[in-house]
Design a binder for this molecule. Structure first.
Ligand SMILES: C[S@@+](CC[C@H](N)C(=O)[O-])C[C@H]1O[C@@H](n2cnc3c(N)ncnc32)[C@H](O)[C@@H]1O
Length: 227
């Protein structure tokens, strides 16, 4: 059994997890970054605190922090129970246990919430949804998209993926997407068709191994650059 979710839920990761999921090195961290679908991740909060430049966009930023926290708490027990029921399909090197996983997600949520109102006022948390983003062409050096595309392949069509990746490439010089597995821990059926179409469009799209693996076998990201 794997985690089964009807809706795309706010469940956020930390800066350290982003660094591992996307192989971010010191030079990457200094780039002007878009986090697309960042939800209640603490990447923006932690990066801003360290003097870096991150803008996050997500449709849930139309809600208040209290509403986002309520959505998180409404789903936390279901997710943790489903993970507990499928323990051996996960790699526990990072989170250690379902309790450790929940503690890490709660830590990210707390950092996010502490930063949310100030970040919204500063334009760092922007209401926006793929496949169309309200940003100028080339506004960012790097766009990161974690646990949205490919993961929710049942809910999001191949065409949605295609349009979304092109939109991310429009607004950023480089795009990285993690993971490439679905919620059922299988390689997304959208990956190969999307890779082919990106290549046909003259983009350099590579599957790259990364230093993070929670879903067993989920240790790859998609990196897209202009040739
Ligand atoms: C599972 S969370 C992942 C949050 C964060 N990226 C992380 O990995 O910690 C998925 C997020 O995608 C957001 N989302 C859903 N549909 C979206 C869309 N069309 N465009 C951008 N974000 C979307 C959800 O609101 C949610 O916050």
């Amino acid at each position: 059994m794997s985690v089964q979710l009807e809706a795309i839920i706010p469940w956020g990761r930390t800066r350290h997890e982003y660094e591992l999921m996307f192989n971010l090195d010191a030079a990457d961290l200094r780039k002007k970054i878009l986090g697309c679908g960042d939800g209640p991740a603490s990447f923006n909060a932690e990066m801003t605190h360290a003097g870096m430049a991150v803008t996050s966009c997500d449709p849930i930023y139309s809600f208040s922090g209290a509403d986002i926290a309520a959505q998180f708490h409404a789903n936390a027990a279901t997710i943790t129970d489903q993970v507990r029921a499928s323990l051996d399909t996960w790699n526990w090197d990072y989170h250690d246990s379902p309790e450790g996983l929940l503690a890490n997600r709660q830590m990210a949520l707390r950092s996010f919430l502490a930063d949310y109102d100030a970040g919204k006022a500063a334009g760092r948390y922007t209401v926006a949804a793929l496949p169309q983003l309200p940003f100028a062409a080339g506004e960012f050096e790097l766009a990161l998209c974690s646990h949205l595309l490919f993961l929710y392949s049942n809910q999001l069509s191949e065409e949605f993926h295609h349009r979304s990746l092109h939109e991310l490439c429009r607004v950023a010089g480089e795009v990285r997407v993690f993971p490439l597995l679905t919620l059922a821990h299988q390689r997304s059926p959208h990956l190969q068709p999307v890779l082919q179409r990106l290549g046909e469009a003259g983009l350099d799209a590579q599957v790259v191994r990364v230093g993070y693996e929670f879903q067993k076998g989920g240790n790859e990201m998609l990196r897209i650059r202009r040739r």
